[in-house]
Design a protein around this ligand. Structure first.
Ligand SMILES: [Zn+2]
Length: 343
């Protein structure tokens, strides 16, 4: 089969590779769409250490089942599916406790941090264990279903936050995750939504996605302006979708006393942390990792048209041209949202 292989850092080659073999509990999926994630672009140059070549990336995908293993039940050839990006063991303590996204020995599709190398979906076919499959509603296209993973990551952080109707929220970072956070916060009843990004162009998109107010992160008096919009208290909940010192600190500074900061971005391994502010204001700083069953709700929101994704797709391009699109994203030649690669 053909696949887009990261041969070495910054070098993607579209070439023939062996077709995956399926285990008895797996299905073989013909990939119909796979989105390029920001983490793939960051991994592409080796900076995150989570994409060690040679490997096949791609974890935001959808397709059709073309073969089923002997122990597969409830799935058949021809089923249109998408799947979780995490492959988790079913007998792990954390899985049984209800946190499969934190299970030991879990693997992420299209990720290779050195301890494992799980083949991803920038390929014609991919082997997927049946327990991470989800059926795509008939009225949802493959390209749209490839966006479910990113929406589910955003929704997971809202679930961890325990968002209450009327909460005043700040979203730092208006990339894909940030934009879906804005859309979901609107849907889930936030009363005031403030978006912050370093790039003013992203803020136009944030407005369209539901932000009531937007600010460039370098704007003078930013924290005072946020306070003025939140009864001079600060936001109830902030979401950080970048993952560097400056943005983490904005997320923390924008909170009211007792507020919650949800950390979703994780580009930098370490950041400078305002210890005294967090302690003396009794802030809750919570990490949000991946997805924990949010696919079901997201597919439902797509089926019923409650969340839209087409405005977030900048291009649908053949997998054979994947290297060119990675370069466009890497060198930021233009302002792009999601690029979806198709057969
Ligand atoms: Zn991703």
């Amino acid at each position: 089969m053909k696949a887009l292989v990261l041969e070495k850092y910054k070098e993607l080659i579209y070439k023939d590779v062996p077709e995956p073999e399926i285990k008895s509990n797996e299905v073989l999926v013909k990939v119909m769409a796979c989105g390029i994630c920001g983490s793939d672009v960051h991994g592409f140059d080796g900076s995150t250490g989570r994409r060690i070549p040679p490997m096949i990336m791609g974890h935001e995908a959808s397709g059709v089942i073309i073969k089923t293993g002997t122990d597969v039940r409830g799935w058949k050839t021809g089923d249109r599916v998408t799947f979780d990006s995490t492959v988790y063991p079913l007998d792990d303590w954390f899985t049984l406790e209800g946190s499969y996204n934190l299970s030991d020995n879990r693997e992420v599709l299209g990720v290779s941090p050195g301890t494992y190398n799980r083949k991803g979906a920038f390929a014609e076919y991919i082997a997927i264990p049946q327990h991470i499959l989800y059926k795509i509603p008939d009225n949802v296209k493959f390209e749209q279903a490839a966006m479910v993973e990113a929406i589910a990551v955003s929704l997971h952080s809202i679930n961890i936050a325990g968002l209450k109707p009327g909460d005043r929220c700040v979203v730092v970072g208006a990339g894909t995750i940030g934009i879906f956070l804005l859309k979901l916060l609107k849907l889930f009843g936030a009363s005031k939504i403030i978006a912050i990004d370093i790039n003013p162009k992203r803020l136009d998109q944030a407005k369209k996605a539901g932000a009531d107010h937007t600010f460039v992160s370098t704007e003078e008096g930013l924290i005072e302006k946020i306070a003025a919009l939140t009864n001079n208290r600060g936001a109830d909940v902030s979401f950080e979708a970048v993952g560097v010192t400056e943005s983490v600190n904005i997320a923390i500074d924008s909170l009211r006393k007792g507020g919650k900061a949800l950390l979703v971005g994780n580009v930098a391994p370490r950041v400078e942390f305002p210890l005294q502010k967090v302690v003396t204001r009794e802030l809750k700083v919570l990490g949000s990792c991946g997805i924990r069953g949010e696919y079901d709700v997201v597919l439902n929101l797509l089926e019923t048209g409650k969340i839209t994704v087409d405005d977030m797709i900048s291009a649908i391009a053949p997998l054979s041209e994947g290297a060119r699109w990675f370069n466009k994203l890497y060198f930021r030649e233009e302002e792009l949202n999601k690029i979806i690669l198709v057969p």
